[in-house]
Design a protein around this ligand. Sequence first.
Ligand code: ADQ
Length: 473
Amino acid sequence: MSRLIVVSNRVAPTQEGRPAAGGLAIGVLDALKETGGVWFGWSGEIAAEPSTPVIEKQGNVTYATVGLTKRDYDQYYRGFSNATLWPTFHYRNDLSRYDRQEYAGYLRVNVTLAKQLKELIKPDDIIWVHDYHLLPFARCLRDLGVKNPIGFFLHIPFPVPEVMRTVPPHEELVKCMCSYDVVGFQTDADRQSFVDYIERGHHGTSSDENMIHAYGRFLKVAAYPIGIYPDAIAKAAEQFTDRKQVRSMRDAMRGRKLIMSVDRLDYSKGLVERFQAFERLLQNAPGWHGRVSLVQIAPPTRADVQTYQRIRQNLEGEAGRINGRFAQLDWTPIQYLNRKYERNLLMALFRHSQVGYVTPLRDGMNLVAKEYVASQDPADPGVLVLSQFAGAAEQLPGALVVNPFDLSQMAEALERALSMPLAERQARHADMMAPLRVNNLSVWRDTFLADLRHVATASSVTEKAVKRADVTA
Ligand code: ADQ
């Protein structure tokens, strides 16, 4: 069996127990631990100059990490990746800025990383690249002569063509993406946006089998919704119930209902709107005063990107204002915690909350929504209130689906969730657990990799046939 090389901007911390907040790190690590392989990417360290990868083996995973120079970090990571692509792909053009130097840095780092990886590649390896930092990575590897199968999975949304075109080098980026053999998206809507870009711009054509012919290449373009391991999460949530932190939280709630939200602190997650909808609930339904609290866990990320400093200030201001307006001596309506927690502990906290409140303004998938459902006690499950703009909404039919821009609708959904009868909660939970089990994390990985192997074999057969025809002609 060929060796799997996973490439992502950031390799998850290698020490056990260090929480890796971030869906990509969690999904990829779990998926890679089962198959084994190499994980290549940035170590998270700033280095004086690019160097050969540091290799560390743990179990069946080999970590190959490299440092980034300060200039690379500023231009590629903080700049084009997180100040241009991330906001635009989440439909926040108002927060996006474009700088040519940063884009040049983005391309330069992709080339450098490709050169560093090339030294590690063996002829039979298959390469799986992840996320928006590395859109041109396959192009860079191909330019270095790498012929191995290379697949790409985008963890965040792919915007509709009109929005994509607001990124000045949009065509170069899409053309580079066509150097992959398989390009995977979280949802069919994202896949369709990509196909629309290709077809409406007359850059290529698509077929019924999710194949695209564009810029002289054939590639597969399909949706592979990322999953979780629901039964393992259910078990962890149950086992961690006796932890001191879980007990003390339950004691502190003193019979009050608990609404839980967990996100990286990011403007795409809709945290301000979420707080305001909770405020609307308290304003419209005074019967809930003193009887329900919202716990928001949101560790800061990308804290040196300016828009992230603003969202943090804004959110702290809103939490303070709402608490100032409604709090009583023995009741704080919103508890806002700015830190990472051990993952199993989070799952146990989910299990003891009555509502999972997951309302991003835009999200590729959102693993928290899936984790919330999996953590519940089937005999007495909580209710998921979920944004229609999370990829997960397509897959969780038992959720109360809301528009995060409609505060009144969100407040009504919260009230409905808090008052929902047991039988309805159980039925909704069962409706969601079934698809979570069927489309688990292994299925995501295995389907993607099977397609990658298949497409790569098919193209090499076609290539050989073309070469043979050339020789005999
Ligand atoms: P994220 O934007 O990071 O992921 P999400 O899918 O919700 O969003 O994943 C976050 C992960 O981090 C979850 O597993 C969660 O449990 C964990 N986490 C969050 N806060 C934490 C905390 N305080 N302490 C510890 N763990 C915490 C990106 C995309 C998503 C997509 C994923 C996976 O933006 O749309 O679902 O990748 O593809």
